[in-house]
Ligand binder design. Structure first.
Ligand SMILES: [Zn+2]
Length: 310
């Protein structure tokens, strides 16, 4: 299985619980797909060895969210495989048409959140994951660092770029003849972006490939950079833990909103578990990006209190 297929399969199989996030994922898939015809048909290019599962999921979502008929057809044209998802849901298609016409100056983050109907802090990441599944590829890190999102129309590039930037990923624009979209180079950023989208198990492969590659090419600088990334992650975890301990000692945890307080106490009681495990421990479980948000808020609260203390 190619690296790209493996990533896409992992991303396509992630469960999504909240209704708003499911819809955001579906919108992302449709936003990245070529949509044509009266009986709306969204065409997804499926890489060799890749499962059709994400597109079956699109059909399932259309059925459950909108109670409409939808079906998926598998087609091969030459060496290429396609999943054609067809559905009779005009409202979604009309909605997408207006979204794709958003003028650039109007496409601010808040406008987009409203236009895409995001309801919670995790909707954006599910939307972007859908977009990536519909039209994203990533090269095998053993060969080169390159991630690309080829969007079906020019007008859809800027909104996706803005949402990516809001999440902390600055992407470059592709302008090559008919191809239009976004790209990202550099091992560190691609790996973080994949982890953000939810391909966490493969990020370790990415780490390894990065280290092997840098050893092979004798790029000591790159190895240092990987080591620096790892130690930065450890340092930031230790800093967060120390901050929570401090807040606990000063009896300040109770001043946090309930959800943040819950997260802080979970971290305090489980100092050794990973962020994914910590996110899972929540009831109901929250996403890793949701957990990041909470930890950032706790850190902000800690820093504010540090400043205020004599
Ligand atoms: Zn949501």
């Amino acid at each position: 299985m190619s690296f790209s297929s493996t990533i896409r399969t992992e991303l396509g199989e992630l469960p999504i619980k909240p209704l708003c996030c499911r819809r955001a994922f579906l919108y992302g898939l449709l936003y990245g797909a070529r949509v044509e015809g009266d009986q709306i048909t969204a065409e997804f290019s499926v890489t060799k060895d890749e499962s059709y599962q994400p597109y079956e999921q699109a059909v399932y979502l259309i059925r459950t969210l909108f109670s409409r008929n939808a079906g998926v057809t598998h087609v091969s044209r030459g060496a290429h495989r396609y999943a054609l998802v067809s559905f009779g849901f005009k409202k979604t298609a009309d909605h997408l048409a207006t979204l794709s016409e958003l003028p650039e100056e109007e496409a601010e983050c808040e406008t987009l959140y409203r236009a895409f109907d995001f309801k919670c802090e995790d909707c954006a990441v599910h939307f972007l994951r859908g977009v990536f599944l519909a039209c994203g590829t990533v090269n095998d890190p053993a060969k080169s660092y390159h991630l690309e999102i080829k969007l079906p129309t020019d007008g859809r590039v800027e909104p996706v770029r803005i949402l990516m930037a809001e999440a902390g990923y600055e992407m470059g624009k592709i302008n090559r003849g008919e191809k239009t979209g976004l790209f990202c180079k550099g091992g560190g950023t691609i790996q973080e972006l994949l982890a953000y989208l939810g391909a966490t198990s493969l990020v370790f492969d990415f780490f390894n490939a990065q280290i092997e590659r840098s050893i092979r090419n004798d790029e000591n600088r790159a190895t240092n950079c990987v080591a620096e990334n790892i130690s930065r992650a450890i340092r930031s975890g230790a800093r967060q833990f120390a901050a929570i301990e401090y807040l606990d000692e000063q009896n300040l945890l109770a001043a946090l909103p309930d959800d943040l307080q819950f997260t802080a106490r979970l971290r305090l009681n489980n100092p050794d578990i990973t962020l994914s495990e910590l996110a899972e421990l929540h009831f109901p479980p929250i996403s890793k990006s949701g957990l990041h948000h909470r930890l950032e808020k706790i850190m902000a609260f800690y820093e504010k209190n540090q400043k205020n203390s004599p």
